[in-house]
Design a protein around this ligand. Structure first.
Ligand SMILES: [Zn+2]
Length: 262
């Protein structure tokens, strides 16, 4: 659906704002989910250092961070720049998804996908885990969307899920068998299955290729710079997320147009 230029600009601003708010929520998810805290309780976030309740006006995405000078209003401890970064990143991705998919259900569908990828990336960087609650919920949402939306092929998305889960499980199994080391976690297996559920078979294959290439370049560069074996030190989830976003924005000629017969 195409909007008039004015409505289009309003929609861009609106998706940007929604992205900031969702990004703020993702910061809470990234902090609480791997620590096993409930997302809804306590209602108000508290400072991790001094336990001071964060007031409403201190919780406005990006603006509060700038206003408070990147410090807690209670104990003055520095709040990581990552908080506003996650908010800005989510806003940028939401706007990019809107510009790519237009005013459509697909935009909402892929906004969910992008939000899940952001949460997974930062949780994996911090804790080397990918919570099932995100990947399995993502698989379910990805498949439901693919079944409902006429532009998406449900069978391709089922195959994407099976390919993502299956091929990675096989890699993981063979790697363990040959090296005796647990190289790829099952979190990665479920993440690629989730990506396949959202992007379909071609998307899952493309994601695997793109993330392997980027992961190898980054991994080898780090090994070269730091002169040590970093194979175990770099989580693979963020590379899968980057690969998935590349496929989302640039792989659509294979993923979407192919199936909608354009
Ligand atoms: Zn504090």
């Amino acid at each position: 659906m195409s909007l008039s230029p004015l409505l289009d600009r309003l929609a861009i601003g609106w998706f940007g704002l929604i992205g900031l708010v969702v990004g703020s929520f993702l910061n809470v998810v990234i902090y609480r989910l791997p620590r096993g805290y409930l997302l809804s309780l306590p209602r108000r976030s508290v400072c991790a250092n001094c336990k001071k309740q964060i007031r409403g006006y201190e919780n406005i995405p990006i603006i509060s961070y700038l206003f408070l000078g990147g410090r807690c209003g209670g104990c003055q401890i520095s709040i990581g720049v990552r908080h506003p970064f996650v908010e800005a990143l989510t806003a940028v991705l939401f706007v990019a998804i809107y510009l790519h998919f237009g005013f459509s259900v697909l935009t909402v569908y892929y906004a969910f996908f992008a939000a899940a990828l952001i949460a997974v990336t930062f949780i994996d960087l911090d804790f080397r885990i990918i919570p099932d609650r995100i990947s399995i919920l993502g698989m379910v949402l990805g498949l439901i969307g693919a079944m409902i939306h006429p532009a998406l092929s449900a069978s391709s998305h089922v195959l994407g899920l099976l390919f993502g889960g299956g091929v990675f499980w096989l890699f993981s199994f063979l790697y363990l068998k040959w090296t005796g080391r647990d190289g790829l976690g099952f979190g990665d297996v479920k993440l690629l299955a989730m990506i396949g559920a959202f992007l379909g078979l071609q998307g899952a294959i493309g994601t695997l290729l793109a993330s392997s290439v980027i992961g190898s370049i980054v991994g080898l560069s780090l090994m070269f710079i730091q002169k040590k074996d970093l194979k175990m030190a770099i989580p693979f989830g963020p590379f899968l997320a980057i690969g998935a976003l590349i496929m989302l924005f640039w792989g659509d000629s294979f993923v979407l147009r192919f199936y909608s017969g354009e």
